[in-house]
Design a protein around this ligand. Structure first.
Ligand SMILES: Cc1cc2nc3c(=O)[nH]c(=O)nc-3n(C[C@H](O)[C@H](O)[C@H](O)COP(=O)(O)OP(=O)(O)OC[C@H]3O[C@@H](n4cnc5c(N)ncnc54)[C@H](O)[C@@H]3O)c2cc1C
Length: 443
């Protein structure tokens, strides 16, 4: 038995033999070290294990999942990060969810649109819908013409002057985590949106955790430095240095752009630049738990507060039949609320719901929680967008560096950036790339 077979045996034992065996395998020198246990890193590791490679994932947090995490502390599952299974016809996690009994379902919740304290009528919502369709056509037109310009610049004056524009802009802002003056129309054009959005009652984070349950991960192990050369990689953490043949770097673009992990030697300038060109926008969520149902229906519903300045939040009520409701804010509003703190975010959401539903909401409020993805040192934002004029940055990060470093993460996946299935697809790509490099190294 050679060393590689021995390691593979240890990993196989780890997978069947529980935590102690898993830790033993982790101590050995793996073929591949994966840095970051989010959707991208976990997928890459699982794929490599499947093909008989030895792998260890290093994760800074005390849990896996990264930006995919289902919180159950309010008594009903709610996703602090991703919740919608987008592009369901081309999203591989939909099939996994079906096979594993997660019963994904299409989001067809009744929509209640409010403008201030007034429920929007049929004529109003029709005007709003018509503008959204026009925006879609104008953005697609810019994309087809290859215009790598701010999305807002791709819109006609008539669209920008439309009274519904601030509200429509809020939708675009939620998609990219930043207002349309700041992201590339061409990049958005290349996102493949095929199939209706779906949800899983147990949570998208829970689905990822289920998918990754057998992947060996060393938690509470922040990577500070990655040394790389023609012979392999040495990854430095507070608990020691791990050597491997190849590293899959599955960290958010913002973490690398901020210099939170040092590369020695430095990354090539164009690779570092690509990380800067794909910053993370912001979405934050507020979960509110009530002592009884304060909504008019016993069913889950979607409520939208639309304000004329576009700063209203969206709410999904009665999660999994519970009295928990989750609101979301994006872009500048999300930054302002996060800076104000958790209590202020909860108060803001209660105020909005009360404006739509009345004082009952406050009377029956029990407790709440809010996210702060911008201040989270291991995320530094919510999901990536491409700066205008920088289209192509995602493709740069699909190419390995020095035959030893492979990048993964939602930001590297042009067809599905900003999503969990994009992270998953990038993990599949990174695993294939790592296998190719290993085959070369062993030749
Ligand atoms: C509020 C919100 C709502 C969203 N909604 C949706 C949605 O509805 N649908 C959808 O598909 N997507 C959604 N997303 C986006 C989706 O969650 C992400 O695109 C996806 O989870 C990113 O996966 P990833 O593996 O690329 O990165 P991450 O999940 O961020 O994984 C990176 C990992 O690296 C770790 N790490 C960081 N620094 C270090 C270090 N120095 N050493 C070791 N480990 C480190 C992190 O802790 C993390 O676990 C949402 C995200 C947010 C925040």
């Amino acid at each position: 038995m050679n060393r590689r077979q021995l390691l593979q045996g240890m990993v196989a034992a780890a997978l069947s033999g529980g935590y102690a065996a898993r830790l033993a395998a982790q101590a050995a020198t793996p073929d591949v070290v994966v840095i970051g246990a989010g959707g991208a890193g976990l997928t890459a590791a699982k794929e490599l294990l499947r093909s008989g490679r030895t792998v260890l994932v290093l994760e800074a947090r005390d849990r896996i999942g990264g930006r995919a995490f289902t919180d159950t502390s309010l008594g009903a599952p709610w996703d602090r990060g991703c919740s919608w299974l987008h592009a369901s016809e081309v999203n591989p996690l939909v099939r996994y969810a079906r096979e594993q009994g997660f019963e994904p379902y299409v989001d067809r919740y009744p929509r209640h649109m409010y403008r201030g304290t007034e429920r929007m009528g049929g004529a109003e919502t029709a005007g709003y819908r018509a503008l959204n369709e026009r925006i879609e056509r104008e953005l697609a037109d810019a994309g087809r013409r290859g215009l790598d310009i701010p999305a807002e610049s791709a819109l006609t004056q008539a669209t920008l002057a439309d009274p519904w524009y601030p509200m429509a802009m809020a939708g675009l802002t939620a998609w990219e985590g930043i207002e349309p003056a700041n992201f590339s129309a061409l990049d958005q054009f290349h996102f493949v949106e095929q199939g209706e959005d779906m949800l899983v009652a147990r949570g998208y984070g829970a689905l990822l955790a289920h998918y990754a349950k057998d992947v060996p991960v060393r938690l509470r192990t922040p990577v500070g430095r990655i040394r790389w050369n023609a012979r392999g990689v040495a990854v430095e953490t507070p608990s020691g240095t791990l050597n491997a043949r190849v590293a899959i770097v599955a960290l958010p673009s913002s973490v690398i752009a901020a210099g939170a992990v040092v590369f020695a030697p430095h990354l090539p300038a164009h690779v570092l630049q690509a990380h800067h060109d794909l910053p993370l926008g912001l979405m934050n969520k507020v979960a509110l738990r009530f002592r009884r149902n304060v909504f008019p229906s016993e069913r889950a519903e979607f409520w939208r507060l639309r304000r004329d300045d576009g700063r209203g939040m969206n709410y999904l009520t009665r999660l999994a039949g519970s009295n928990v409701c989750v609101g979301a804010a994006a872009g500048a509003l999300a930054h302002e609320l996060e800076a104000a703190g958790e209590a202020a975010m909860i108060e803001h959401a209660l105020g909005e719901l009360a404006s739509m539903l009345g004082g009952e909401v406050r009377r029956h409020f029990d407790r709440g929680a809010a996210t702060a993805w911008s201040a989270d040192p291991f995320a530094r934002g919510s999901y990536s967008h491409c700066l205008p004029g920088r289209f192509g940055a995602r493709a740069v990060l699909t190419r390995p560096v020095g035959g030893r470093l492979v990048f993964a993460g939602e930001h590297t996946e042009q067809s599905a950036y900003g999503t969990l299935h994009g992270a998953h697809l990038s993990g599949l790509r990174a695993a294939a790339e790592a296998r190719r490099l290993l085959a070369g190294a062993f030749a």
